[in-house]
Design a protein around this ligand. Sequence first.
Ligand code: AMP
Length: 179
Amino acid sequence: MTKILFVGPQGSGKSTQARLLAQFLHLPYISTGDIFRRLRQENSEEGRAIKQILDSGELVDDQITAELVKKGLKDIDVQNGFIMDGYPRTLEQIKFFDPGFDKVFYLKLSDEEALKRLLKRGREDDTEDLIAERLRIYHEQTDPILDFYQKKGTLITIDGEGIIEQIQDRIRRVIGGQE
Ligand code: AMP
C-alpha cells in the first residue's frame, strides 16, 4: 500500500506529474481540484457556493473538503494505495482527516516561474492579479504543511523547473531508489 501526495503551487505541474505517476504505478488518482470543478458545474446551492469560492481563488472550507476526500476514497479501490493531488492544503485539514501518506512529493517552483507559466497558459481566470492572489494564499495556507511533512520525514522536494518528462524522471528516480 503506497499513499502518495503531491503538493505544489499552481503552475508547478503537480496534476500532470501526479497523473503520470499514477499511470506508471497503476494506482488510482484522486484530485480535490477535479472534485470541486465537478461540483462547481452543478446547479444546486452547493454548486453555486463552490463556484463562488473557486472563482475567487480561495480555499473551500476545511471540514467540507475533508468529508469529500473521505467519501472520494471510499468510492475508489485503494487496496494498493493511491495518488492524491491537492489534499491536504492546510494544517487544519490534517486534523479533520489525515490519509497518512508514505511519501509527499513537493514540486518546488519560484513564484516568478509559476507566474510566467500561468500567464502563458492564458486561461480567463489567469489574470496577473488572480494568480498573485492564489500564490499568496498558497504560501500562507499550504507552506506550513511542508514543515509538517518535513518533520515526519516523508517530504521529498522535487525541482519543478524543466519539461514534463524531466520532472517525471526525477520523481521516478526517487521511487526506484526507495523500493
Ligand atoms: P487545484 O486544481 O488543486 O488548484 O484546485 C482548484 C481549487 O479547488 C482551489 O483553488 C480551491 O479553491 C479548491 N481546492 C482544491 N483542493 C482544496 C483543498 N484541499 N482545500 C480547499 N480547497 C481546495
